[in-house]
Structures are given as structure tokens and as C-alpha cells.
Write a protein that binds this ligand. Structure first.
Ligand SMILES: Cc1cc2nc3c(=O)[nH]c(=O)nc-3n(C[C@H](O)[C@H](O)[C@H](O)COP(=O)(O)OP(=O)(O)OC[C@H]3O[C@@H](n4cnc5c(N)ncnc54)[C@H](O)[C@@H]3O)c2cc1C
Length: 303
């Protein structure tokens, strides 16, 4: 096995061009190897010293989150908490303080698990990933990135350098916000049983201008809920929220395993979608709901 520590982006990209696999926090790659789920790659390049890739920067059209930004950073970052609270909700739920301190957003997204927590809010927010090689850069919408559990369209020599999230629409009196909730059986070191991320823009009169919802752990990849345009121009009242939950539930195709049967998961995804939409709408209307929504709403395991 070869192990290289990259101190520049160019070193990292050259190592990947030569066949090395990147390791950031190692909380998926190394932990999976220790648990015997997958052997360590024959060649690894550590990218955790590339400080420039940990930056979170406001841009003209949103935010550029360096792939090495950790969950611990993002859950408290003022720009993320203020404008993309759904992402902060998700980061705040990942693992434990130790996991959040080493685990990166790039690692979460590129590991491509359908149970990853940041995927649903990022997809609902319309995020894209920047992928670089030694001689190319391309930007891929998250909606086109994941192809199956642990699989994505990135070539083996492509490093995710940033996650780009568009600015929430908030023109002409509109107000936008987002939220992420998940069903969990305990409060730390847990993976979502199912989850939902919602992003909403409310018109000045309080009706829905746009609504996007994405679902965690209900299909081979994180998926977007379709058909939500039907709610545009209407208030997101109790009947509408119930309908949102039903649509999400119908579009999910979860598995049965030790943690939950498929019918229970399908029911719960409706509940999570409804709660995520409600929390996002209440935030957009100006209410302060603490991060993560799971704790604020008392979702999941009891205190
Ligand atoms: C105890 C525990 C609890 C956890 N709980 C949760 C949880 O609640 N929710 C959740 O979503 N996840 C959870 N995880 C999974 C993990 O912590 C996250 O997915 C984390 O964000 C992974 O980031 P990392 O930097 O550690 O990735 P790594 O392990 O370093 O990498 C993961 C994969 O992505 C690739 N990769 C990493 N960075 C890049 C990059 N920049 N470009 C291209 N490919 C890259 C690696 O080659 C590898 O295949 C948990 C893990 C543990 C050990």
C-alpha cells in the first residue's frame, strides 16, 4: 500500500491521476475498512492538509463550501446557519462531536450513501459539486452526481474541490429558508432511518412561490420529490402539508432491514417530509427554529 500526504492541490491531483484514492477525515473510508466492509485502497492520498479546501466563501450567486469544510464548522457557520439552515440541521446530526470534527462535507457527498444526511438538504437547495483533475474542472449538479449506493459519476482521478449552493431566492418581498429532519432511534452515533430536506420560498402574501423536497434512505440514492409545483400560489396550510407528506411517501421505495420495515419507513418518510416542509416554511416566515430541527421539534429518541 502507498500513502501520500498532499500539501498542495496539485500534489493531490497528481497522486489521483496516478491512481490514488483521496482520504479526507477518513470517517467513512478508514472506518469501513476497519469494520471489514471494504478493503483499504492500494494507494491513498491524504488531502486533509489542503487548508484552502476548507474555506466557506459567500459568492455573488450563493456560497462556495470547500470540500474539506467539516460538519462541526458548517453547523455553526453564520452564513450557513442564516441562509442554508437545512444544511446546518444535517451537519449537526452527523455522528458525534468526534465524527463532526473530522468528517467533511466533500467526504459525505462523495461517499454517496443514500443515507447521508447532507444530501437531502443540498439536493433540495439545488447544490452542485466542483470536480477537478490535473487538467480539467467541471461542475455537476447533485441531481446528476449519484448513481447508486456508494456510486457517483466522478472519475477516479476527479477530486471534489467544492460544493456550490445557489443563493436562496429572496427578491421582491419573498422569503426563503430550508430545513432537514430525520427519523433516528438515538441521539448520537446514528444513521438516518429515513430523512427529508426541504427548501421553500414564500411570496410576500405567504403563499408558496417554490418548494423542493429531497429524501434520505428511501431509494438507492438521495431522491427529489416531484410534483410539488401543485403547491405554488397556495398557502402551506395543514391540508397542504398532509398532501406533501403523502406525495413524498408515495415516491419513496425504501428497503426493509433490521432497523425498519419498508412500510414503516414509507409512512415515516411522509411524516419527515411534512415536518421538514413545515419547519422550512416557519423559518421562511421569520420564526427562529433552533438547529437541528430534530431537537427543536423533539423528533426521534426521547431526551
Ligand atoms: C461513528 C460514525 C457516525 C456517523 N454518522 C453519520 C451520520 O449521522 N450521518 C452521515 O451522513 N454520515 C455519518 N457518518 C459517515 C461519515 O462520518 C460522513 O460521511 C463524513 O462526512 C465523511 O467525511 P470524511 O471526510 O470522513 O470522508 P472520508 O472517509 O475521508 O472519504 C469518504 C469517501 O469519499 C471520498 N472522498 C473524500 N473526500 C473527497 C473529495 N474531496 N473528492 C472526492 N472524493 C472524496 C473518499 O475517497 C471515500 O471514498 C458516520 C461515521 C461514523 C464513523
Amino acid at each position: 500500500m502507498t500513502f501520500t500526504i498532499a500539501t498542495t492541490l496539485e500534489d493531490a491531483l497528481a497522486a489521483m491521476a496516478a491512481g490514488a484514492r483521496p482520504v479526507a477525515g477518513g470517517s467513512d473510508l478508514v472506518v469501513a475498512a476497519r469494520h471489514g466492509k471494504a478493503a483499504l485502497p492500494a494507494s491513498i492520498v491524504a488531502i486533509d492538509r489542503l487548508g484552502d479546501l476548507a474555506r466557506v466563501t459567500g459568492t455573488d450567486d450563493g456560497v462556495r463550501i470547500g470540500a474539506l469544510a467539516t460538519h462541526a464548522t458548517l453547523m455553526l457557520h453564520p452564513l450557513i446557519v442564516d441562509s442554508y439552515p437545512g444544511l446546518a440541521d444535517a451537519c449537526a446530526l452527523v455522528g458525534s462531536p468526534a465524527t463532526r470534527n473530522v468528517g467533511t462535507l466533500g467526504g459525505n457527498v462523495m461517499n454517496s450513501s443514500p443515507a447521508m444526511d447532507t444530501g437531502a438538504p443540498l439536493l433540495a437547495l439545488g447544490a452542485r459539486v466542483e470536480l477537478r483533475t490535473v487538467d480539467s474542472t467541471r461542475v455537476v449538479p447533485l441531481a446528476e452526481l449519484w448513481t447508486g449506493p456508494g456510486r457517483n459519476v466522478a472519475a477516479t482521478d476527479e477530486l471534489c474541490t467544492a460544493i456550490l449552493v445557489p443563493a436562496p431566492t429572496a427578491a421582491g418581498g419573498t422569503r426563503s429558508s430550508s430545513a432537514y429532519v430525520r427519523l433516528e432511534y438515538r441521539r448520537a452515533m446514528e444513521i438516518a432511518v429515513v430523512g427529508a430536506g426541504a427548501s421553500i420560498t414564500l411570496a410576500a402574501d405567504g403563499t408558496v412561490e417554490s418548494l423542493a423536497i429531497a429524501l434520505t434512505a428511501v431509494a438507492p440514492t438521495i431522491i427529489s420529490v416531484t410534483g410539488l409545483d401543485a403547491f405554488v400560489g397556495k398557502p402551506l396550510d395543514a391540508a397542504a402539508l398532509t398532501a406533501v407528506g403523502e406525495i413524498a411517501s408515495e415516491q419513496s421505495s425504501p428497503i426493509s432491514d433490521l432497523r425498519a420495515g419498508d412500510s414503516y419507513r414509507r409512512h415515516c418518510v411522509g411524516v419527515m417530509a411534512r415536518r421538514a416542509a413545515e419547519a422550512a416554511a416557519r423559518r421562511a416566515a421569520g420564526e427562529i427554529i433552533g438547529i437541528p430541527v430534530n431537537r427543536a421539534f423533539g423528533i426521534g429518541a426521547a431526551r
